[in-house]
Write a protein that binds this ligand. Structure first.
Ligand code: ADP
Ligand code: TRP
Length: 321
């Protein structure tokens, strides 16, 4: 059976771009593959230096994923740092990773271009990500477009190790859902917490409504036909949260004229609220029983560790340790 793995950074409140771009495809994959999901707390150390915040984010991300349908009975779910073997594998494969490969990484280039001063962790981040993937004999890695390069680097590293020593690692593939590859934010740019244009999955009702009603539109009157209706941000978001016949109907009414932007935004809020209602209820239930959530993560770590030790043993033997 093919194994799917993905990591989630505990770096802040999750938004519907994260949900449709990363969580939904990963959660759907549980039906057809053995899934490994982990909270990448080591990775969060390249951009967050507040220990209380890290602990809180880690728990929040665990609650978010479990509420949205991660099934711990079927999938392995753990916190990255509970399997510290990944740091040893990072060293092993780091010695086969060319500097040039890391210097070409978009994530590093983008951050240093923005003036963020680089540390070794930020530079080595793709090697840690490769270790995350290779440590569990992963076949498929569901990620957003921005992470594709990291999976390609992982393939290069795996192939190089297999050629240098002996056949040891599975060479993984990235899985990118093209139809939701980029979820737009409130301002039409890519939705991202760094652009302040997000709709949170578990946002407060009043605040989220205010955000959605505040989406800036053009000044055309409701009656005017809008041939560019498919480019409208509210329509694009409605397509994600409403049944297809509903969003198609709103798009048609906007194109033909007669639908006001206010009514469109109200519909978007209502469908968003309904779409996430069952997850909201599940999350409240989990949050009331944190001992249970922590026990789930501990069990997950034990399972992940058993797989990790097998693969690490193979890698150590292959390179003569
Ligand atoms: P952010 O841009 O808010 O910092 P992250 O970089 O932490 O989000 O992304 C976490 C996951 O969610 C990644 O797999 C990423 O590709 C995906 N993702 C983030 N924003 C979007 C978006 N707007 N559309 C689709 N996928 C997204
Ligand atoms: N780098 C990923 C992100 O920022 C998170 C991540 C860490 C990951 N390790 C991974 C994703 C391994 C997939 C596989 O979103």
């Amino acid at each position: 059976m093919s194994r799917t793995l993905t990591g989630i950074q505990p770096s802040g409140t999750l938004h519907i771009g994260n949900y449709f771009g990363a969580m939904r495809p990963a959660i759907d994959a549980q039906a057809k593959a053995e899934c490994y999901f982990f909270i990448a707390d080591y990775h969060s150390m390249t951009s967050l230096w507040d220990s209380t915040q890290r602990r809180r984010n880690t728990l929040d991300v665990a609650l978010d994923w479990l509420a949205c349908g991660l099934d711990p009975a079927r999938s392995v779910f753990w916190k990255q740092s509970d399997v510290p073997e990944v740091a040893e594998l990072m060293w092993i494969i780091g010695t086969l990773t060319p500097m040039g490969l890391l210097e070409r990484a978009h994530s590093y280039k983008d951050k240093t271009a923005k003036g963020i001063s680089a540390n070794f962790g930020l530079f080595a981040y793709p090697v840690l990500m490769a270790a995350d993937i290779l440590l569990y004999d992963t076949h498929r890695v569901p990620v957003g477009k921005d992470q594709k390069q990291h999976v390609e680097m992982t393939r290069d590293i795996a192939i190089k190790f297999n050629q240098t020593y002996s056949e040891t690692f599975v060479v993984p593939e990235s899985v990118i859902r093209e139809d939701v590859a980029v979820v737009p934010g409130l301002d039409g740019q890519k939705m991202s917490k760094s652009y302040g244009n997000t709709i949170d999955i578990f946002g407060d009702e009043k605040a989220t409504k205010k955000k959605i009603m505040g989406i800036v539109m053009d000044s055309r009157t409701p009656q005017e036909p809008k041939p560019d209706a498919d480019k409208n941000v509210a329509i694009q978001l409605l397509k994600l949260v409403a049944p297809e016949e509903v969003s198609t109907d709103y798009e048609r009414r906007l194109r033909e004229g007669g639908l006001g932007y206010g009514d469109l935004k109200k519909a978007l809020f209502e469908h968003y609220w309904t779409y996430f209602a069952p997850y909201r209820a599940k999350r409240a239930e989990l949050a009331a029983n944190l001992d249970h959530v922590n026990a789930l993560l501990r069990d997950g770590a034990a399972k992940a560790r058993a797989t990790a030790n097998g693969v690490l043993g193979r890698a150590r033997a292959a390179c003569g340790l």
